[in-house]
Design a protein around this ligand. Structure first.
Ligand code: 48H
Ligand code: FE2
Length: 262
């Protein structure tokens, strides 16, 4: 077997060229999603499938967010209908317990969901933290995000970020609703108030979280647990149907809005 010989400097140059081709491209997007957890990945899947240029920035070097931890580190998560249809579509195996209630393996769930989003055309960039937004007045609107290396932040270095534009920004950062929080604090004109999530009430939480997913200020959307934080909804524990359906609902809202404007 003759293995193709590639010297070190070529490896460096090809990496830099391929990386910067991508960064030049996704400095401008239709949609930026912050967080590659279940709601962010589901939104990415549907947005990319609809042909929208979609980039996901994820703080960690992995995807799946809270999926990987399963339930108290047990490797199973509960899914209820109609989210089981989506999981079937992307190839996740479901163990049926009763009509409309299933258990799934956390590892397969996060791998298949990420793979579906990537195969549909979404870019997922790891190791990048979003710590601010861009906004414009007249009309008042969120128009993008500020990105910084997670490692730079962990090192406590004073480094200015880069800016990335998007016609829509989705906060899929989970319980802390980090992007909406910073927008609420730094752009009071947006009028965003964050009351915080309530204690567990699963049946109610699943339904309300999906219903109330969507735009929280012009150009800024909430998906997943960010919705419970912003809308004072109860938490639901390790049942993830609403996370997937929330990502889909936000994607559908954005597809409708952006298509109207094109
Ligand atoms: C870049 C960031 C930033 C940032 C965070 O927590 P997640 O899994 O979020 P959801 O909302 O899709 O899913 C929530 C679910 O996991 C959960 O916790 C449930 C259902 N809880 C119920 C209960 O009762 O507790 O994923 C968020 C992702 C993570 O991967 C973070 O690393 C990432 O976002 N992230 N990435 N910039 N500023 N903040
Ligand atoms: Fe949680």
């Amino acid at each position: 077997m003759n293995i193709k010989q590639v010297d070190e400097v070529k490896i460096t140059k090809y990496i830099l060229k391929a990386t910067f081709d991508d960064w030049m491209s996704f400095s401008e997007n239709d949609v930026v999603i912050v967080g590659a957890g279940p709601s962010g990945l589901a939104a990415a899947y549907y947005l990319a499938k609809a042909g929208l240029k979609t980039t996901v920035f994820e703080r960690r070097l992995s995807f799946g967010g809270g999926i990987g931890g399963g339930a108290m580190l047990f490797h199973k998560i509960i899914i209820e209908s109609p989210a089981d249809e989506i999981l079937k579509e992307i190839g996740v195996k479901l163990q049926k317990f009763e009509d409309g209630v299933f258990a799934v393996d956390s590892a397969q769930f996060m791998a298949k969901l990420a793979s579906a989003a990537i195969d549909a055309g979404a870019k997922i960039i790891h190791g990048v933290t979003v710590d601010d937004v861009i906004f414009r007045e007249n009309p008042l609107r969120v128009t993008g995000v500020a990105v910084e290396w997670t490692a730079t932040q962990m090192a406590g270095l004073h480094v200015d970020p880069l800016f990335i534009s998007a016609k829509a920004v989705i906060d899929a950062t989970g319980h802390d609703a980090e992007v909406i929080s910073v927008a609420s604090r730094k752009i009071p004109e947006l009028g965003i108030v964050i009351p915080g999530e309530k204690s567990a009430y699963s049946e109610m939480a699943e339904q309300l979280t999906v219903e109330q997913s969507g735009e929280v200020a012009p150009g800024l959307y909430a998906a997943g647990m960010a919705v419970t934080e912003v809308k004072a909804l109860p938490r639901m524990g390790p049942i993830f149907g609403a996370m997937i359906l929330s990502g889909k609902k936000v994607a559908d809202d954005i597809i409708e809005k952006l298509n109207l404007k094109v």
